[in-house]
Design a binder for this molecule. Structure first.
Ligand code: LRH
Ligand code: MN
Ligand code: MN
Length: 424
């Protein structure tokens, strides 16, 4: 963790400017009939989970260029996640991936307590083969033609639930790479029937207070067809399973230009929006930093979430899911967490009564201008003040760089080589 005097020193240097900016924004919002303190308090309560796999440097199938001080295991990863939350106060939980993060529950719990974090959704992995695994997932997992392979995938998911119960998780996220690479390779219907039957076994093993999140993705690793390819199939799964099953929307898992905010609205309307994997993309599942390409789209997603916020049954899970190839993952995740908060704060600023009036009178121009007014507002002073008051850093990246954390962990974590990495 980072020493508190380093954070205090960095904050002291930025405090006077922040106060002036916050007061000025408060006055401007007051003229719009908005109480800045109310927005700040909602932002302060907002949290987004960090993916354990996000704190290691990512890569592509061509290469991986590891940074210095790469985490060696889940315990190093939890240290890094602790720093992200310490500085941003926006990431109180971590989402684990199994078997990548498999360790005894007691050890995971004591490390999480040490760094002040809890565990979010469990992620199973039946898209890769593991050492000593009996059956291969080369031709699928939950939808495989072979019953024993399907059973192996079912058992893995049930084992994830068992471990999750011991570490306080309340959800299992399933994403499968199952699909096909050639027309005719699989029978779409029979493959989906097998998937549904196997997923039913996992669903039946869920504790009462758990949620099953299924994640759709258009393509990759299968390049002709994917079993759970879009939100339509995902919704069918959630409907077939029952009340505890909901859909997870990973922003990068759609074709370019798909209207994701509308998918969010539809799933919300029918009580089936279970959670998010936030990231950004230009072409496909790029796993770029959240808000780095199209922050307006992120805002439009949050506009739908704020619209539904007053429904007591509406509580989707929020998580980042990114791959950091050229940045320090801690810095990227800190910035991304604040980008999610920013979109939330901007969406909170939209005057919904006025917007509805323009919608009802079909004033398209004024409706879209009303919406955009929220997006155009620079809410950084609100986010920074919420962080400061919670003991975080006014400028998380500046405080992180001042702390020399990466250099310090590099002294104990061995340098990893990227030579030959990547699979073309
Ligand atoms: C698939 C995915 C899914 C996996 C993660 C590593 O592309 O988004 O959420 O669990 O990446
Ligand atoms: Mn994902
Ligand atoms: Mn993905």
């Amino acid at each position: 963790m980072i020493k508190s005097d380093i954070i205090a020193q960095a904050n002291d240097a930025a405090n006077a400017k922040l106060k002036a900016d916050y007061d000025a924004l408060g006055e401007a919002l007051d003229r719009r009939g908005i109480d800045i303190a109310a927005i700040k308090s909602k932002v302060a309560k907002y949290g987004v989970a960090v993916p354990s796999w996000g704190v290691g440097t990512g890569g592509t199938r061509f290469a991986r260029f590891p940074g210095t001080g790469e985490p060696r295991d889940i315990f190093d990863k939890l240290d890094d996640c602790g720093v992200i939350h310490q500085l941003t106060r926006a990431t109180p939980s971590v989402s684990l991936h199994f078997p990548w993060d498999a360790q005894p529950a007691a050890d995971l719990n004591s490390k999480a307590e040490e760094v002040g974090l809890t565990f979010d959704a469990m992620n199973s992995n039946t898209f890769q083969d593991q050492e000593n695994q009996q059956y291969s997932y080369k031709f699928g997992s939950l939808s495989h033609t072979d019953a024993a392979t399907r059973q192996q995938a079912i058992d893995h998911n049930i084992a994830c639930i068992a471990l999750g119960r011991e570490i306080g998780s309340k959800a299992l996220t399933i994403w499968v790479g199952d699909g096909s690479n050639f027309p005719g390779q699989t029978n779409f219907t029979r493959q989906f029937e097998r998937y549904l039957e196997a997923t039913r076994q996992v669903y039946n093993a869920l504790p009462e207070d758990w949620t099953l999140l299924t994640e759709h993705k258009m393509y990759e690793p299968a390049f002709y067809s994917t079993v759970v390819q879009d939100w339509g199939t995902n919704l069918l799964i959630a409907q077939q399973m029952g009340d505890k099953a909901k859909c997870l929307v990973d922003l990068g898992h759609h074709a370019p230009n798909v209207n994701i905010e509308m998918i969010v609205a539809r799933l919300t309307q029918f009580g089936k929006l279970g959670g998010f994997h936030f990231n950004d993309s230009k072409y496909g599942d790029d796993d770029l930093d959240t808000g780095s390409i199209d922050p307006y789209r992120l805002f439009l997603v949050f506009n739908e979430l704020v619209e539904a916020e007053n429904n007591p049954d509406f509580n989707p899970m929020h998580m980042l899911d990114q791959s950091h190839n050229v940045t320090d993952p801690i810095e990227s995740l800190m910035v991304s967490a604040t980008e999610v908060q920013r979109a939330y704060a901007q969406a909170l600023l939209v005057d919904r009564t006025v917007l509805e009036g323009f919608q009802e009178s079909n004033d398209a121009l004024m409706a879209t201008t009303t919406l955009k007014h929220g997006f155009r507002t620079d809410v950084e002073p609100i986010l920074a003040m919420a962080r400061l008051e919670a003991g975080g850093a006014i400028d998380p990246v500046a405080a992180y760089r001042a702390s020399n954390y990466r250099a310090q962990v590099s002294a104990i974590r061995p340098q990893v080589s990227g030579a030959g990495g990547g699979i073309v």
